[in-house]
Ligand binder design. Structure first.
Ligand code: FES
Ligand SMILES: [Fe+2]
Length: 346
């Protein structure tokens, strides 16, 4: 499948920084096989995963002091992709003026981002929601820490994104853990577009009915969902006691039915050492994530069974119109009807 160029101009997470060790890493972003890694000098690189000499995967090579070395004849490539060495050439002969095909690459807060197509006029130079925790969150707040994990869902990116931004599945998919049915209360949702995507502000849900809230949260002063770029979304919770929690998910489609999920939970303004997050919070969040994965994979398998992606929506499906217009080219988007105030019973 060819992904639209408007999508390929966005930044996507290729890998977590802590996965870049001595060996290069093979990843696939929007169907393109890439090799990513870190040069000895420290900078990250991303190339198409093929050697310009005879097309062997560079991800099977190794990183030497001179750069990324192909496993076949040993051609070596620097961080800019240029060939720096061809073993066998006479010592006083320059390496040929060839390059591995490079892909734009940046590293922010523990994630390595790539952009496959050259940007057009207004495309941002920096990935959306790349700062974790965001500066707006930690300004003036002491303590806190963050937690990262990743997963691979056998599902389309559109359905994965919608799942994360949809509060109405939580009673059925995460019963008791996120919310309980039977204790629903009206919550006002205000949906608005932004320069980079859209945001949904929720009012009326100071407390939430599930165990996650009862164990780890306290009354909230605000709650919102932010979507930006092509596939990044963040749930922002702010609390009466001055603390803050952000859950950010970046989705990277490898194939139409395979989406990598890079998650970050950041806590600020309260004592939350990383070991405590790992020990107490991560197992429950991992369980929530597995429940989401299961339902979107069921959905994807069923779409394949029926061979189409028909979808009937109501006003309650807040995020779908924007996400569908982005990920299903040809889908109409009407900002006037998308931006709305809706009461949800959550
Ligand atoms: S195929 Fe890479 S050096 Fe020959
Ligand atoms: Fe969920």
């Amino acid at each position: 499948m060819d992904w639209p160029v408007a999508i390929r101009r966005h930044w996507f997470v290729a890998a977590r920084s802590d996965r870049l060790r001595a060996r290069p890493l093979a990843v696939t972003v929007l169907g393109v096989p890439l090799v990513v890694g870190r040069m000895p000098a420290g900078g990250v690189f991303a190339f198409e995963d093929r050697c310009p000499h005879r097309q062997v995967p560079l991800s099977c090579g190794r990183i030497t002091a001179q750069g990324l070395q192909c496993p076949y004849h040993g051609w070596t490539f620097g961080g800019d992709g240029r060939c720096t060495a061809v073993p066998g050439l006479a010592p006083d002969t320059a390496a040929p003026a060839v390059s591995a095909r490079t892909v734009a690459c940046q590293e922010h807060d523990g994630l390595v981002w790539v952009r496959l197509a050259a940007p057009a006029g207004a495309d941002p130079a920096r990935p959306a929601l790349a700062d974790t925790p965001p500066a707006s969150m930690i300004a003036g707040l002491a303590g806190g820490s963050s937690l990262q994990w990743q997963a691979c869902w056998k599902a389309p990116v559109l359905d994965a994104l919608e799942n994360f931004l949809d509060p109405l599945h939580t009673h059925a998919v995460h019963p008791g853990l996120v919310r309980r049915d039977g204790r629903r209360r009206p919550v006002a949702a205000a949906v608005r577009t932004t320069d980079e995507g859209f945001r949904i502000d929720y009012r009326g849900q100071e407390e939430q009915s599930g165990w996650l809230y009862r164990l780890f949260e306290s009354p909230r002063v605000s709650e919102c969902a932010v979507f930006a770029g092509a596939a990044s979304a963040r749930l922002e919770y702010r609390y009466r006691n001055g603390s803050a929690v952000d859950i950010t998910l970046h989705f990277t489609p490898a194939a139409p039915d395979e989406t990598h999920v890079f998650a970050n939970v950041a806590v600020a303004g309260r004592r939350a050492p990383r070991w405590a997050l790992r020990l107490f919070v991560q197992p429950l969040l991992a369980r929530v994530a597995r429940q989401d994965q299961r339902i979107v994979e069921l959905q994807a398998a069923n779409r394949r069974r029926f061979g189409d992606s028909a979808a009937v929506s109501t006003r309650l499906d807040l995020a779908r119109p924007y996400l569908a217009a982005l990920w299903q080219p040809g889908t109409q988007f009407c900002r006037e009807t998308f931006e709305r105030d809706v009461v949800l019973y959550l």
